[in-house]
Design a binder for this molecule. Structure first.
Ligand SMILES: [Zn+2]
Ligand SMILES: [Zn+2]
Length: 94
């Protein structure tokens, strides 16, 4: 696994982690979920529940994802959409 991040990748990850959860909209800071290990620009901002919770989370039974009818691409789309908003808009519902 490649853990060496360059400055731009580190900045990108920091911005992703500052976003609200891309699934349930819980306010940030969030965790960064990698759709594919090592690809820093496909990271999704997720709260701990939607990320690693054994029942709700992606790495568990994905219950919250089913409730929201979302998969990784839907969540990635929300993350990218919010990255293009100004920081002051990040807390707004979309
Ligand atoms: Zn969430
Ligand atoms: Zn993850």
């Amino acid at each position: 696994m490649n853990n060496k991040l360059n400055n731009k990748e580190r900045l990108h990850l920091a911005q992703v982690k500052s976003l609200p959860c891309s699934v349930c909209d819980a306010s940030g800071p969030s965790e960064a979920h990698h759709v594919k290990q090592g690809l820093q620009y496909t990271c999704i901002a997720l709260c701990p529940d939607c990320h690693t919770n054994s029942i709700l989370g992606w790495h568990g039974q994905k219950r919250m994802w089913h409730i929201k009818k979302m998969d990784e691409i839907d969540a990635l789309n929300n993350t990218i959409k919010r990255l293009f908003n100004t920081p002051s808009e990040n807390n707004n519902a979309f």
